[in-house]
Design a protein around this ligand. Structure first.
Ligand SMILES: C=C(OP(=O)(O)O)C(=O)O
Length: 300
């Protein structure tokens, strides 16, 4: 139920790690569809559900979009364009991030992003974000990992599509001092047989750092189970409506699902208790009734 490390990492006003409530991240990612109004609405959804943070993805497409994908034509709500033009169209500028960040803070949420290239790290630094996230896609990008490490901020690093060797090398670069690892399977949607939640324990035992879970499955059960297995962070994609245009909406949680997820996580955390064996007040009457031969606790 708990990870092997007792280490906790400060993120914003929170200490994240074992024996603390799971830090729940609403991953807005690119589900804002390049509209600040949608980003603001998703921040409201995350705040009302009781999330701790919202997260974005920040790219410099001319750097991080693979060359062989740039020219392929994509139909978008803004007309047909190359994939590179589409990725450029999806980026918010500094003014937009400033507005979004203010809104998140006003709603009591931390906010940060996964920078997908070094200029994006520099871009995010101007906002004094609470941490940086390393997307699973980026964990073999050593110069990016070094740039993120050199900010001195806490790092949340996802481990989808990775071998243990690749994770070892990423942890070597980033260092374990302010590191949280996320167990992840990058299959969209992730079937239960690929969730491999025992990986949460493997990562905790191997690296001695807090471990969370970035979920891409349908539904809520697996994310709640991740918390029961010691995940101290849960990240899920969120959307206003799963039928909206865009690649990540279909595999995201809608507002009601997100509310239910946070509620279920908190119920399960409350149910962890403290492991001390005792007879609860609510058990006294059934104990008297069902075990008449045993003295009641109050008279004992
Ligand atoms: C894709 C991302 O994360 P993950 O690998 O956890 O899905 C991200 O943070 O941009």
């Amino acid at each position: 139920m708990q990870s092997t490390s007792e280490r906790r990492v400060p993120i914003g006003d929170r200490l994240v790690g074992p024996n603390t409530p799971a830090y729940v991240i609403g991953e807005i990612g690119i589900n804002h569809n390049a509209e600040v109004a949608i980003a603001r609405a998703l921040i409201d959804v995350a705040a009302e559900a009781g999330c701790d943070a919202v997260k974005f993805q920040k790219r410099t497409p001319s750097i991080c979009v693979p060359v062989d994908q740039r020219e392929r034509i994509r139909s978008t709500p803004w007309g047909d364009m190359t994939y590179l033009e589409y990725k450029e169209r999806m980026e918010f500028d500094a003014d937009a991030y400033a507005a979004i960040g203010r809104h998140a803070t006003a709603r009591g949420l931390d906010w940060f992003a996964s920078p997908w290239d070094i200029p994006s790290v520099e871009f995010l630094e101007q906002f004094d974000v609470v941490c940086h996230k390393v997307a699973s896609a980026s964990i073999t990008d050593v110069p990016l990992l070094e740039a993120i490490r050199d900010t001195g901020r806490p790092v949340i690093l996802s481990t989808g599509m990775s071998t243990l060797d690749e994770i070892d090398r990423a942890v070597d670069v980033v260092g374990s001092e302010r590191l949280i690892l996320l167990h992840t399977t990058s299959t969209y949607p992730c079937p239960p047989e690929e969730a491999n939640l025992l990986g949460i324990r493997t990562l905790g035992e191997r690296y001695g750092v807090p471990v969370g879970y970035s979920g891409h499955e349908r539904g809520l059960q697996i994310s709640v189970a991740a918390v029961a297995m010691g995940a101290c962070v849960v990240e899920r994609h969120i959307t206003l409506d799963r039928t909206m245009w865009g690649s990540d909406h279909a595999a995201s949680l809608e507002p009601q699902g997100l509310r239910q997820l946070v509620r279920d996580i908190r119920v399960v955390e409350t149910a962890f208790g403290d492991g001390v064996m005792r007879v609860y007040p609510g058990e006294e009457e059934p104990r008297r009734r069902l075990r008449p031969d045993v003295e009641t606790l109050t008279s004992a």
